[in-house]
Design a binder for this molecule. Structure first.
Ligand SMILES: Cc1cc2nc3c(=O)[nH]c(=O)nc-3n(C[C@H](O)[C@H](O)[C@H](O)COP(=O)(O)O)c2cc1C
Length: 178
């Protein structure tokens, strides 16, 4: 967990890497590859909703890039968390880590803070790893920005669409008499 000069130092290193055009080098795949069309459409819709809320046009590549670079400034939050996992953990351990991330995010909200995950941090995992001199066996999974949410910010004013329950869950046996 970083704040003050330690967080600024990491952000400077990340912004240098972004400006230098260092290729993304995540150590694990976040999304399926290739991405199924149905998921691609949902991803596009979420991105479109965000950029529309921010007033960024579809073809305004510079503005989109600048917005994406905010990931690597922890969105201006005063506290940044770098989440790592031992490389030798099984895939199932990502479930455990996901649960602890959820607990962290909910607990931050509960205590009056705002927090958001930054999966994009993994794109510069090796840069973060080197800069923080992390143990060899740890890989960078994601970041979390923690601060006080600005409810009036446009990016906090929209909600992404939700899939219909019947599209991802099925219910069997519930209509039988008890
Ligand atoms: C593990 C995790 C990683 C995330 N990574 C990013 C990210 O890299 N960039 C980003 O802008 N938002 C990121 N988010 C935030 C989500 O895109 C979304 O804004 C947030 O979960 C709330 O929106 P929802 O109500 O649609 O879930 C992440 C969230 C989580 C939980």
């Amino acid at each position: 967990m970083l704040t003050g000069s330690a967080l600024r130092g990491l952000i400077d290193a990340l912004q240098d890497a972004v400006r230098a055009g260092i290729p993304h080098a995540a150590e694990y795949s976040y999304f399926p590859s290739p991405m199924p069309e149905m998921l691609k459409a949902r991803q596009r819709a979420a991105g479109y909703a965000l950029y529309t809320a921010l007033g960024i046009g579809r073809r305004d590549i510079d503005a989109r890039r600048a917005q994406f670079a905010r990931n690597y400034a922890f969105f201006g939050a005063p506290v940044g968390v770098v989440v790592t996992i031992r490389r030798d953990m099984g895939k199932g351990c990502f479930m455990d880590l996901g649960m602890s991330l959820m607990a962290f995010l909910l607990s931050a909200e509960d205590q009056g803070f705002g927090a958001t995950g930054i999966g994009a941090l993994a794109n510069y995992g090796p840069c973060v790893h080197d800069h923080l001199n992390l143990p060899e066996e740890e890989m960078v999974v994601c970041g979390i920005a923690v601060g006080v949410a600005d409810a009036s910010a446009p990016e906090n004013q929209f909600r992404t669409a939700r899939a219909e329950l019947q599209d991802y869950a099925s219910f069997r046996g519930f209509d039988e008499p008890a």
